[in-house]
Ligand binder design. Structure first.
Ligand SMILES: C[S@@+](CC[C@H](N)C(=O)[O-])C[C@H]1O[C@@H](n2cnc3c(N)ncnc32)[C@H](O)[C@@H]1O
Length: 259
């Protein structure tokens, strides 16, 4: 199909986990030049502010709440490009990781609209990193699995395909289902004392974390409000505690040195 966009163009841009400093250089450039930005609910205002001259609209939904439909988002992207605009579709993390970016790319391709995908720092790695957890660490885990926890039908088969305690499991969209997530792993033979973490609002000033054991994950107290959260399960989570200790000793060293 011919692209009749008069210079219009769509960038599907990964916004990263929320800290504006974790935008890629390319993402920041696309935002700076954008005429129209359609952004996800999880993208904080400080990141959206990187598009000072654009019209900006929040689309996309938070758990359990209605929002602009996916089809409407496709229509808005296509219409904006056909009006000759530089359109940015700003999605949290990476556009192609559990975020329907693929559907948006297919819709643009079907409409003959030129587009690009700008990768972003996914919360799959940013959330554990923010808690000091190296998701692969020699001797503890040689791989990781990233999975959506929100539907048992997609989560369970993946867990059942894994050797218990064989890899690090990173669960997005799993906060409300954390009791079921833990039960599924325990039923599959994972150790009850497997270290587990929940990282809320990773990379943002309001970040919080819980670190405990798999058999305590379901009862982990959360005052998350609306904050997005990522669950990390596996022996590498124990290293998060080491990172905290090292940060604490850096602080006391800095205090001792009067900095
Ligand atoms: C619809 S998924 C999109 C994932 C996104 N495309 C990515 O690559 O990170 C949204 C989920 O990402 C996770 N998430 C996004 N931002 C986060 C953050 N700052 N801290 C922790 N988890 C986050 C949460 O699990 C949230 O439910």
């Amino acid at each position: 199909m011919t692209a009749t966009t008069g210079g219009g163009f769509v960038s599907l841009v990964g916004a990263g986990p929320g800290d504006p400093e974790l935008l890629t250089v390319r993402a920041a450039r696309r935002l700076e030049a954008a005429d129209l930005v359609l952004y996800d609910a999880l993208v904080p205002p400080e990141v959206v502010a990187a598009a000072p001259r654009a019209q900006r609209f929040r689309v996309g939904k938070r758990a359990g709440r209605k929002a602009v439909t996916q089809e409407t988002i496709h229509r808005l992207l296509i219409r904006g490009a056909r009006q000759g605009k530089r359109v940015v579709r700003l999605k949290c993390g990476d556009p192609f990781v559990l975020g329907r970016g693929g559907e948006e790319a297919l819709a643009l391709r079907a409409a003959g609209v030129p587009f690009e995908v700008v990768p972003g720092v996914t919360s799959v790695v940013a959330a554990p990193q923010a808690a000091g957890i190296p998701i692969t660490h020699r001797g503890l885990a040689t791989g990781f699995v990233a999975v959506s926890g929100h539907a048992d039908a997609s989560f369970r088969p993946i867990v059942e395909s894994l050797a218990p305690n064989g890899v690090t499991v990173v669960v997005l969209m799993g906060l409300r289902a954390r009791a079921r997530v833990a039960a599924t792993l325990l039923e599959a033979g994972w150790r009850r004392d497997t270290p587990a973490a929940i990282v809320l609002a990773a990379s943002r000033p309001e970040m919080q974390q819980w670190i405990g054991r798999l058999d305590g994950l379901g009862d982990a107290p959360l005052e998350s409000g609306d904050a997005p959260g990522t669950i990390v399960i596996g022996d590498v989570v124990g290293l998060g505690a080491l990172a905290r200790e090292s940060r604490a000793s850096e602080t006391s060293a800095a205090q001792a040195l009067g900095r």
